[in-house]
Write a protein that binds this ligand. Structure first.
Ligand code: ADP
Ligand code: MG
Ligand code: MG
Length: 908
């Protein structure tokens, strides 16, 4: 090897002494934290970590880096010297575990192999040293089992069956009742399984065992499951995993030994206390595997006070060191405590809020940090209605919590019945083995969806989340028989069509009967029906209140609501909205008023058209007066009519039938005939890309002018009433500045006319949605004629991807998600690289033309946590979302600001 290469040779192995918690990229999460604990002086069994860099080289070249073997040898020598015994030494073996550990903990990575170094020879030495024959053979059988399964790829069931067989032969229920001679025999059987399945003997050379295990960890980086998980979570494929080699400590040495897991505080409430499980005379995963009943950690105090006290001290130390809830794994070997792992622990949504404020109160973290300890997803979870916590509902089974919420209804087993029953006013839960696009109507009709197959990316889960509908999927223990219209639960309980069931999409639980649903206290708080300071306010509400107050102090993005009426507007205001970002006017043309729209479309003369418009104007005006009143002093963006006109006309088939019947009775209805012709004329193959938005305004004379007039008159009314109306007129679906100029000229005339007549100055602004790629690409020109842009990211996503949302979500999104083409639907979270890139460049181009251009986003991305961060980054002024998602947007806007130091103060 040339000189210069030797010089820059990197170090591939770090002793636990040499690392620290900030080296997760290099040492993986587990390794970095083992090093941190070692350096804190905690009792960690000595060992070393092979870096992710070594893994990367191995994955690229298929071989371990040339220097690795020697480095590992050097570290192993040091470890052996320190422990006073050699790996696998016949009379007194050093044993190690080989543990994978990437930067992020990932499913699909190799399971840990314990007891490496045991062989036919050294098992005798271990027995002699420990004075425990049973223990030694138990450790050896575990090694062959774990190594056989995870390193050699032998079907794990073969070992499980053999173990069951041994217990059965002896007539015992638990593995601890197997004696040394039984385990010795089992080792023989296990070795035969390995030989038969792999065509070679179980390796007896300890170093070979270790090396094979290390390579297997490297290889596990590329298992299908790991790859899929990374694609879905957008974890880069080139991070690689580290490997930890850790000297063994034994929890299976008898009743004064054991293994446990613990949290430094209650992961459900955040309260300080003793939370965890302990299992005597056990090794590794036994404690969480449910093979025997564990004891509560608090009981350890009576069992082994010295270890217990030490553990409590260590937990305290970890918390003040990591400044957060930690979870830990430990083992006690003959009364001596050992720490095997720690990391910042998972917690429930409610606990996250409480813990964040508790840590602020303890002076451990500041407010900005508290904001990083909670997420919008967690807040959203806390806002769903839920089942009453003291309900006595009988649990039928559980599946995957696929889409949150609590839903109650009658069981139906096909889509047709779901639709039929819901039309007659019944609440139904659609139960299927799995759903497919044919079930769409039923899913829409149902209160909730329950499937017995499929995971978080199954059709049912994806579509339900898109609809915001409660869903439990993959409840495999429930046997669904759609032919006989029934479902059978594990206990034999049968649910027939029409029986009431309740499903909890936040926990995945399925109950028999009608479980009472209670509103979320957090929503009660936002609604103003519960006060955070009140004596009976619960801890959670108080914590949410404080976090929201921090959030509102630090965020730069403003948050508006999508709301079409005064009621939604008032609610939005209670939830913290700072205006309306999207008022859709199409809903105002339905019901009673549809007749006027019909007349407008059918008008054959100016007089007829004028008459229809004149009838509509006062109705529209009243809509706006109440809206401006509800949002007094805050901006209200009113979008002029957007959808295709035929949406306001009768259904083509129904009408055709009616006309045909009338014809056959020779009973001509002139109006119906004209209507039918209009319906035919306006029928479109692709309404989404047809006559809609600004195009309508330009071809239906007077339509937009009527809407602008109604807005102006409403604003004038509000001024007369000493109000403070701040209307903004928004033109949808503009593709070129010429369209906007034409509409603007007309609107300005209308406004000037109202101002003159009413003797007021209205200060109305006029802007456009940016929702077509061409609009985004010519944003610089469009800005010449616009006071503001509002990115319509729904339509922009549809047009950039060429997706029709209603068509694609139900048909092939499942396949796309499963193939990992995207980790999350681009309708849920903005596609940064495609749609997002257009938003960014349009924002820049628009501001280059007009530095004071106001920029916002309407469309559901405005309430999606990930997307809010993106909109903060590109410097928008506000996001707008449905009223219910406003608190989430407020929180995420603050988290984005707190994360990018300075809060993006380069924009207003
Ligand atoms: P995971 O990533 O699945 O948590 P770990 O590497 O933590 O895997 O190991 C699995 C189990 O084996 C854990 O219970 C852990 O505490 C235990 N374990 C790992 N290494 C050792 C060791 N050197 N001595 C004793 N127990 C160990
Ligand atoms: Mg672990
Ligand atoms: Mg649109």
């Amino acid at each position: 090897m040339p000189e210069d290469q030797q010089v820059e040779q990197q170090k591939f192995v770090y002793d636990f002494h040499e690392g620290n918690k900030d080296l997760k990229d290099l040492l993986g999460g587990k390794g970095a934290n083992l090093a941190e604990m070692t350096n804190l002086g905690l009792p960690v069994p000595p060992g070393f970590t092979i870096t992710t860099e070594a893994c990367k080289e191995y994955l690229v070249s298929g071989e371990e880096p040339a220097a690795l073997r020697d480095e590992v040898s050097a570290h192993l020598d040091a470890l052996e010297a320190r422990m006073g015994k050699k790996l696998g030494q016949a009379d007194d073996p050093l044993l190690v575990s080989v543990r994978s550990g990437a930067k992020f903990s990932m499913p699909g990575m190799m399971d840990t192999v314990l007891n490496i170094g045991l062989s036919d020879e050294s098992v005798q030495g271990l027995a002699a040293q420990a004075g425990e024959e049973r223990f030694a053979w138990d450790s050896y059988r575990r090694l062959i089992q774990m190594f056989g399964k995870t390193v050699l790829g032998v079907d794990g069931d073969l070992f499980e069956e053999a173990l069951e067989g041994a217990k059965h032969a002896k007539g015992v229920a638990s593995d601890v009742e197997l004696e040394a001679k039984d385990l010795k025999r089992l080792v023989q059987v296990f070795k035969e399984i390995v030989a038969k399945e792999t065509g070679r003997d179980f390796p007896q050379d300890p170093r070979e065992q270790m090396d094979l295990a290390v390579h297997a960890v490297f290889d596990s980086w590329n298992t299908d499951r790991a790859k899929l998980y990374r694609r879905q979570e957008r974890i880069p494929h080139d991070l690689g995993t580290a490997v930890n080699v850790c000297s063994m400590v034994f929890g299976n040495l008898g009743p004064d030994s054991g293994t446990g897991v613990a949290f430094t505080r209650d992961p459900a409430s955040g309260h300080a206390g003793v939370y965890g499980d302990y299992l005597q005379n056990a090794q590794g995963e036994d404690v969480v595997a449910g093979i025997r009943n564990t004891m509560q950690l608090a009981e350890l105090e009576g069992l082994d006070k010295k270890s217990y006290d030490e553990l409590m001290q260590i937990m305290q130390k970890l918390e003040t060191h990591y400044l957060d809830l930690c979870d830990i794994e430990f083992t006690i070997e003959r009364g001596k405590l050992w720490m095997l792992q720690t990391r910042v622990g998972k917690r429930t949504a409610a606990a996250a809020f409480r813990i964040a404020t508790q840590l602020v109160d303890q002076g451990l973290i500041d407010e900005a940090e508290a904001l990083q300890r909670v997420t919008g997803h967690q807040l959203a979870q806390l806002m769903f209605p839920r089942f009453d916590s003291d309900h006595k509902g009988e649990l039928l089974g559980r599946g995957i919590a696929a889409s949150p919420g609590a839903a109650v209804g009658k069981a139906v087993f096909d889509s047709y019945t779901a639709v039929k029953w819901s039309r007659s006013g019944e609440k139904v839960i659609l139960i299927r083995r799995e759903t497919n696009p044919d079930d769409l109507d039923g899913m829409i009709a149902a209160e909730g969806i329950l499937t017995s197959r499929g995971g978080k990316t199954s059709h049912a889960a994806v579509v339900a989340r898109g609809m915001g509908k409660t869903c439990v999927c993959g409840a495999e223990e429930l046997e669904v028989d759609t032919k006989r219209r029934r479902m059978t639960a594990p206990g034999g309980v049968v649910i027939d069509e029409g029986d009431l069931v309740s499903i909890d999409g936040s926990t995945g639980k399925v109950y028999l009967g009608d479980v009472p649903v209670v509103p979320s206290p957090v929503v009660e708080y936002f609604e103003g029906r519960m006060h955070a300071g009140a004596e009976d306010a619960d801890e959670l509400v108080a914590a949410v209140h404080r976090i929201m107050a921090y959030a509102d102090r630090v965020r730069r993005l403003r948050v508006r609501a999508n709301a079409d009426n005064a009621e939604d507007a008032s609610r939005a205001r209670r939830f913290g909205a700072q205006g309306i970002g999207l008022c859709r006017t199409e809903h105002m043309f339905l019901g009673e008023r549809r007749q006027y729209v019909e007349r407008l479309i059918l008008a054959e003369s100016d007089e007829e058209r004028e008459a229809a418009l004149t009838a509509l104007t006062p109705l529209q005006k009243d809509d706006f007066v109440s809206l401006f009143e509800a949002m007094d002093g805050l901006p209200v963006t009113v979008r002029l009519l957007d959808p295709p006109l035929h949406e306001f006309l009768p259904d083509i088939t129904e009408l055709s039938v009616r006309v045909a019947l009338a014809e056959s009775r020779k009973d001509h209805n002139e109006n119906d005939l004209r209507l039918l012709q209009a319906v035919h004329r306006l029928h479109e193959q692709n309404p989404m890309l047809g006559l809609r938005g600004v195009r309508l305004g330009l071809v239906i004379p007077g339509l937009f002018a009527m809407q602008v007039k109604a807005i102006a008159e409403a604003a004038a009314d509000r001024l007369d009433a000493k109000g403070d109306p701040r209307a903004e007129i928004m033109i949808p679906l503009v593709g070129t500045v010429q369209e906007l100029e034409l509409v603007r000229d007309e609107a300005e005339q209308v406004i000037a006319e109202v101002e003159a007549r009413r003797g007021v100055e209205l200060k109305l602004t006029l802007g456009t949605m940016i929702e077509l790629p061409r609009a985004a690409l010519t944003a610089g020109q469009i800005a010449e004629s616009a006071d503001f842009f509002s990115f319509g990211t729904n339509d922009l996503t549809q047009t950039v991807w060429g997706f029709s949302r209603d068509d694609v979500e139900a048909s092939f999104f499942t396949a796309y998600l499963e193939k990992g083409i995207f980790g999350v639907s681009p309708f849920e979270t903005i596609d940064r690289d495609g749609v997002g890139a257009l938003v960014r460049s349009a924002a820049e181009a628009g501001r280059a033309t007009r530095p004071d251009l106001k920029l916002g986003v309407c469309g559901e991305h405005g309430g999606d946590p990930e997307s809010v961060h993106f909109f903060h980054e590109v410097g928008l002024d506000y996001v707008s979302c449905s009223p219910f998602r406003i608190p989430v947007a407020r929180l995420e806007a603050a988290r984005a600001a707190a994360a990018t130091e300075g809060g993006g103060s380069d924009h207003r």
